[in-house]
Design a protein around this ligand. Structure first.
Ligand code: NDP
Length: 451
């Protein structure tokens, strides 16, 4: 048994009920074999890097509109702070548990390292479901959540942001409560803030835009571009919306989107006007995507059953696929359909949306495949830019932030591509991203002694 297998087995034995975390660890460890051959001293780093520095678990009591007391679970995982303050989003979704947050926080370590910015890895959230809740209920929940979280975070310590179920509204409620409890305006304690109180331009767009910049770079290695390319996108939240917008700007034709109830196929293409409709539907009216199919002609709508299945969405014949909803939403069979339909590139907008079988099918099928820790890093990178602006007490223009984001995505692509090539694995972005992300963390941990 190899050393890495032994480390993996220990991770599983310690927390046998955390399959998503095991999946994320396995994927990284599988890339590290050639690294420990060159650096056997990194074995002890790997043993430590799979264990979170701190895991905070707390009760979140709140009162609903009917006056009934509800109780949810809150978490913050501070996984690795070797290269900077812990940084990673908060997710509010009924599926949230320690396994999902540990996988997300673990991925975040390497993603943040790849951005080149000084940010450690963390993640948090709650099993609270914001869907169907009134604004007042969401506010009371956020305030109670922060009532505990505030003592664990700070602009030099841990800087949360949004994720599934946590957008500008939730960040605003949490920031307000943090400010009261701390009695300090710490602009840099949360990112994804509103523009009026320290938010960065382009932060809402950043993950989706960054994803498409990364996919553009991948396509360019094969002499291809988004111009005239058909694109299937899953999800219709923050990442999906802005990925769709950037695809349109680059001349591509997005033809699908989804939510947890179902998915739409619009063969004529989702235009800017139609995307405006989706943004209003999702961000303001908080409605279901089925309304899109009722509103526009020629659109097919398919009900998802069971969640999170979007089966069929990946059987549409497209040039590029961008899964932007949630983990494990695209399985091996669906990947084979995309390969059979001659998809050129698949880039993960969500975190780990493709199962290991799907990733294998893409790689065997010669499809360009980008793992989320590289291709969706634009969100956290722009959060890093928001922190810089907060520290400088300055606000950069839209153009300045977008240019910096684009440069970061180009550099992540180059770093992952070159690292893979250096080890004889040209075109393997999973390998390149894991190794490039890990090496920086390993060097920092090595320099800091036994941490
Ligand atoms: P949002 O909450 O804005 O949107 C999530 C979208 O995915 C919605 O359309 C939602 O549908 C759908 N979805 C969520 N859970 C499921 C499920 N179980 N089954 C089917 N559909 C589902 O989240 P984001 O767009 O911010 O995040 C999407 C993904 O991107 C996540 O994996 C997140 O971790 C990742 N990510 C986000 C970043 C960011 O900056 N926001 C940064 C990097 C990664 P419905 O509306 O029905 O819930």
């Amino acid at each position: 048994m190899s050393v890495l297998d032994a480390i993996y087995d220990k991770v599983v034995a310690r927390d046998p009920n955390q399959p998503e975390f095991h999946q994320a660890v396995k994927e990284v460890l599988e890339s590290l074999e050639p690294v420990i051959e060159a650096h056997p001293e990194y074995i002890s780093i790997i043993e430590r890097v799979v264990e979170p520095e701190r895991l905070i678990h707390f009760r979140v009591p709140w009162v609903d509109d009917a006056g009934v007391i509800q109780v949810n679970r809150g978490y913050r995982i501070q996984f690795n702070g070797a290269i900077g303050p812990y940084k990673g989003g908060l997710r509010f979704h009924p599926s949230v548990n320690a396994s999902i947050l540990k996988f997300l926080a673990f991925e975040q370590i390497f993603k943040n390292s790849l951005t080149g910015l000084p940010m450690g890895g963390g993640k948090g959230g709650s099993d609270f479901n914001p869907k169907g809740k009134s604004d007042g209920e969401v506010m009371r929940f956020c305030q109670s959540f922060m009532m505990e979280l505030w003592r664990h975070i700070g602009h030099n310590c841990d800087v949360p942001a949004g994720d599934i179920g946590v957008g500008g509204r939730e960040i605003g409620y949490m920031f307000g409560m943090y400010r009261r409890l701390q009695n300090e305006f710490q602009g840099g304690v949360l990112t994804g803030k509103g523009r009026s109180y320290g938010g960065s331009r382009i932060r809402p767009e950043a993950t989706g835009y960054g994803l498409v910049y990364f996919a553009r770079e991948m396509l360019a290695t094969k002499g291809k571009s988004f111009e005239g390319a058909t694109v299937s996108i899953s999800g219709s939240g923050n990442v999906a919306q802005f990925a769709c917008q950037k695809v349109l700007y680059l001349g591509g034709i997005p033809v699908t989107m989804s939510d947890s109830s179902g998915w739409i196929h619009d063969p004529a293409g989702i235009t800017h006007e139609k995307l405006d409709y989706i943004m209003d539907l999702k961000n303001n009216r908080r409605g279901r995507l089925s309304e899109y199919a009722d509103h526009f002609d020629g659109v097919e709508y398919t009900v998802a059953e069971p969640e999170p299945s979007v089966s069929g969405l990946w059987n549409i014949n497209v040039d590029v696929a961008l899964p932007c909803a949630t983990q494990n939403e695209l399985d091996g069979e669906e990947a084979k359909m995309l390969v059979a339909n001659k998809v050129i590139a698949v880039a993960e907008g969500a975190n780990m949306p493709c199962t290991p079988e799907a990733v294998e099918a893409f790689q065997k099928g010669g499809v360009l495949f980008a793992p989320g820790k590289a291709s969706n890093a634009g969100g956290v990178a722009t959060s890093g830019l928001e922190m810089s602006q907060n520290s400088l007490r300055m606000s950069w223009t839209r153009k300045e932030v977008d240019e910096k984001l684009e440069a970061i995505m180009i550099s992540i692509h180059k770093n992952a591509y070159r690292t893979a090539k250096k080890y004889g694995r040209e075109g393997d972005y999973v390998f390149g991203a894991n190794v490039a992300g890990f090496l920086k963390i390993a060097e920092a941990m090595q320099a800091q002694g036994v941490v």
